[in-house]
Design a protein around this ligand. Sequence first.
Ligand code: IPE
Ligand code: IPE
Ligand code: MG
Length: 262
Amino acid sequence: MPAPPASHPPPAPEPTAAGGGRVPQHIAIVMDGNGRWAQRRGRPRTFGHRAGAKTVRLCVRFCLERGIRALTLFAFSSENWKRPQEEVGALMNLFMRSLDREVDELHEHGVRLRFIGERAHLSAAIGKRMDSAERRTAGNTALHLNVAISYGGRWDIVQAARTLAQAAVRGQLDPSTIDEALFAQHVELAEQPAPDLFIRTGGDRRISNFLLWQMAYTELWFTDTLWPDLDVAELDRALVDFAARERRFGRTGAQVAQVGGA
Ligand code: IPE
Ligand code: IPE
Ligand code: MG
């Protein structure tokens, strides 16, 4: 039987951890639970968002130390615009201050920054800082740090569809040539391997409109720990769990054992 068309390149072999298990190349994280963390302490939700910033730094350090190539953090969803104006404003201020404070150090560590999401909804001041951080770190290779702000997986798929439709209308694209491989080139993070491991803190077992296209075959890992409480030991537990999983990508276990998952 002829092989089906390869709509996705097979995932590249993953680096091997000291313990022999596979290490994810790309981790995607829903940083959830800041509000509850603050409320449990009798403090306003924004106190939790500020506390969560240190966990972002911890995760970046963790990825640099473990040789993980890409980290995508869900910082603000398309749906989060529906929150009280005061909380949205506090989050936007926090992003702005974090950009002002953190970019130098990220750059020194060889981190390449990318922002994904609907930029038109963000203020010009934030947009300007994002552009400048992306330009400044564009040559770095130690870690791709992607921050999803004003991002929704559905928006991402729609913007890819719109781009292709516009090319078709201009006569630059024959719609019958649109396949998964071509579509995949137009969603966010097209140039990076798809996330291998998804982590969500805060206890809810859902994707909340994160990378819908990109996570078709991502391994999902959930913890009840609230984002500001996440530590290295728990991140290591996620990696241990990931290393033990058999990723079959539709094949049988026997096939995977034979070809080493390739
Ligand atoms: C995640 O924490 C941060 C953002 C969504 C911006 P939450 O603010 O959702 O915290 P909980 O889930 O209400 O505790
Ligand atoms: C998901 O968290 C988005 C981010 C972490 C940025 P939410 O707290 O907004 O998710 P839902 O609405 O409870 O699913
Ligand atoms: Mg939440």
